[in-house]
Write a protein that binds this ligand. Structure first.
Ligand SMILES: Nc1ncnc2c1ncn2[C@@H]1O[C@H](COP(=O)(O)OP(=O)(O)O)[C@@H](O)[C@H]1O
Ligand SMILES: [Mg+2]
Length: 151
């Protein structure tokens, strides 16, 4: 993968494969940011992307939406994946109470669904991944844009 990258996804497994590829890129280059901000509407495939990403790091993990817990943690042999869903976050107090900044400093890679809601809390440099439903007739068709912000 070369960044920026814009790719079509025609199925959940395409989206997972993109996630897995990004994880391998990050694992193989310690200079890259360990924070992925995910953007896109409900049901577009953000959790599917995280599922594929996590496959490269904690293959045994069962990735589910952390909507109620706000954060799920998947422990791998090399590092952890911290999977956030910020849909319900209303203030920075909420971020403190889930320990968001501690996770950011921890030995893991943060992936954040609904990053729109915590724009002020994003690190200086991070991956931005946006998933968009294609306007085509195919209900499973998506466009996935990935880039590094802040470099
Ligand atoms: N190309 C695709 N990529 C990802 N998910 C897809 C795709 N096509 C259909 N889907 C379906 O869309 C839904 C995405 O759900 P999910 O990953 O939980 O979305 P989000 O986390 O963005 O709310 C799943 O039901 C999945 O099967
Ligand atoms: Mg989700």
């Amino acid at each position: 993968m070369t960044l920026p990258e814009s790719r079509a996804s025609l199925s959940p497994s395409d989206t997972e494969a993109f996630g897995e590829e990004l994880a391998r890129l990050i694992l193989n280059d310690s200079a890259l940011p360990r924070f992925v901000a995910l953007y896109g509407d409900l049901g577009v495939g953000k959790t599917a992307f995280v599922r594929g990403f996590t496959k490269a790091i904690a293959p045994e993990a069962r990735v589910k939406s952390p909507t109620f817990a706000l954060v799920n943690q998947y422990k791998g042999s090399r590092c952890s994946v911290f999977h956030f869903d910020m849909y319900r976050i209303e203030s920075e107090d909420d971020l403190y109470s889930i320990g968001f900044y501690d996770y950011m400093d921890g030995n893991g890679i943060c992936l954040v669904e609904w990053s729109e809601n915590i724009e002020y809390a994003l690190p200086d440099v991070y991956f931005r991944v946006e998933i968009i439903k294609d306007s085509s007739d195919n209900a499973d068709s998506r466009r996935i844009d990935a880039d590094i912000v802040g470099l």
